[in-house]
Design a protein around this ligand. Structure first.
Ligand SMILES: *Cc1c(COP(=O)(O)O)cnc(C)c1O
Length: 380
């Protein structure tokens, strides 16, 4: 195994307890024993979503739940408003298009957040909008959308409120019930800190009403089938789930519960704040508008005088820390530090030490330790 510290916006470092849970014997997925584990896991999932409604697990990455969330609630030919301020906002729009749904893009400059007012105006301008999709934490730009405030607007409209919390649930505040989210979905490998390959989704009563009306074109991701199996006693999944990943999710969610959801969110905010300070201490510039900078990933402009491959290659190859690059037109122009899951000051010290040493090595900065010093101050 590589001794590489993953500071990515997923996958994140998986706790040994979670890895051990995955080595348990695989059981029949149509048995009382598995039903018990599934019941417990989906209940823990609903606690993290903060909803009284049921949650369902889907074997697949976060994108599977994105597709399930849209394709089942908006019919082909109906219209969805997609907030697009980065790669994942774009993905929701592409998924809608692939399912024959008419899309209307609310384009937001990458690095900034949508305002509730923009959504209100878009809804007022077009009565045919059946749903609005928002990425809570736009992982490609390191920006958080104000989903609580948007929720207050959405309560005045019939349109469904669909929120992707793949890179925020378990790391930033998501209160599905209070925010009035109709469809909320996430993935296993980000703040939940389980291995990749599992997704989760929860729907409000209004969203289920839409599901019952919509003739969707999905088979594997058909929420009617997923609900039918999930509501059996004991519950099941329509097709064979990744049994081992359900064990992993179960253990990872127990770890979240032991830490306390609010404590975990506070820990992520602290790491984000410390990272932003350390970025500045190194003389680097944030990519995202600081006021809306993410609790789970910090996007930084690549400094002049060093290429992405030199920078991230050295940070990884020489110092053992894996950072993420930019996507699409941001490729080469930014790098991203994922501080999600089980991370604390230790990982940040190592990360900012590696960044400082690399930048000094290339003659970009004089003080290699400025980032580390900043992290120590933040955690004193
Ligand atoms: C990672 C991510 C996804 C899903 O990606 P998968 O690779 O399918 O797990 C979706 N939305 C956001 C905001 C993400 O960060």
């Amino acid at each position: 195994m590589d001794d590489i510290l993953l500071m990515l916006p997923g996958p994140t470092t998986v706790h040994p307890r979670v890895l051990n849970a995955m080595s348990k014997a695989v059981v029949n997925h149509r048995s009382a024993k598995f039903g018990e584990i599934l019941t417990e896991t989906t209940q823990l999932m609903s606690e993290v979503f903060q909803t009284p409604n049921k949650s369902y697990l889907i074997t697949g990455s976060g994108t599977a739940a994105m597709e399930a969330g849209i394709a089942n609630t908006v019919a082909p030919g109906e219209k969805i408003l997609n907030v697009v301020g980065g790669k994942f906002g774009e993905r929701f729009m592409k998924i809608a298009n692939a399912n024959g749904i008419e899309t209307k893009e609310l384009a937001i400059e990458w690095g900034t957040a949508v305002s509730p007012k923009q959504i209100e105006e878009a809804l007022n301008a077009d009565e045919d909008i059946k749903a609005v999709s928002v990425i809570h934490n736009e992982t490609s730009t390191g920006v958080t959308a104000p989903i609580e405030e948007i929720g207050k607007i959405m309560k005045n409209y019939d349109a469904l409120y669909i929120v992707d919390t793949v890179s925020s649930l378990g790391g930033d505040k998501v209160d599905v019930e209070k925010f009035g989210v109709d469809v909320c979905l996430t993935g296993s490998q980000k703040c939940i800190a389980a291995p990749p390959g599992m997704a989760a989704i929860t729907l409000s009563d209004d969203a289920w009403k839409a599901v019952d009306k919509v003739e969707n074109n999905t088979y594997y991701l058909d929420m009617k089938a997923i609900r039918k199996s999930g509501d059996k006693i004991p519950p099941e999944t329509p097709y064979t789930p990744s049994v081992s990943l359900v064990y992993a999710m179960n253990e990872a969610l127990k770890i979240i519960k032991e830490e306390g959801l609010n404590e975990r969110i506070a820990r992520h905010h602290k790491a984000a704040k410390a990272s932003v300070s350390a970025v500045k201490a190194l003389g680097l510039e944030l990519f995202a508008d600081e006021a809306v900078s993410s609790a789970t990933v910090t996007a930084v402009k690549m400094p002049e005088g060093i290429s992405d491959s030199e920078f991230r290659g050295t940070v990884r190859g020489k110092y053992g820390v894996e950072l993420a690059g930019g996507q699409d037109h941001l490729k080469g122009n930014i790098f991203r530090i994922g501080h999600m899951g089980n991370i604390s000051y230790k990982e940040l010290l190592q990360t900012f030490g590696a960044i400082g040493m690399t930048l000094k090595g290339f003659g970009i900065i004089d003080d290699a330790g400025a980032g580390v010093a900043s992290i120590t101050e933040s955690y004193l």
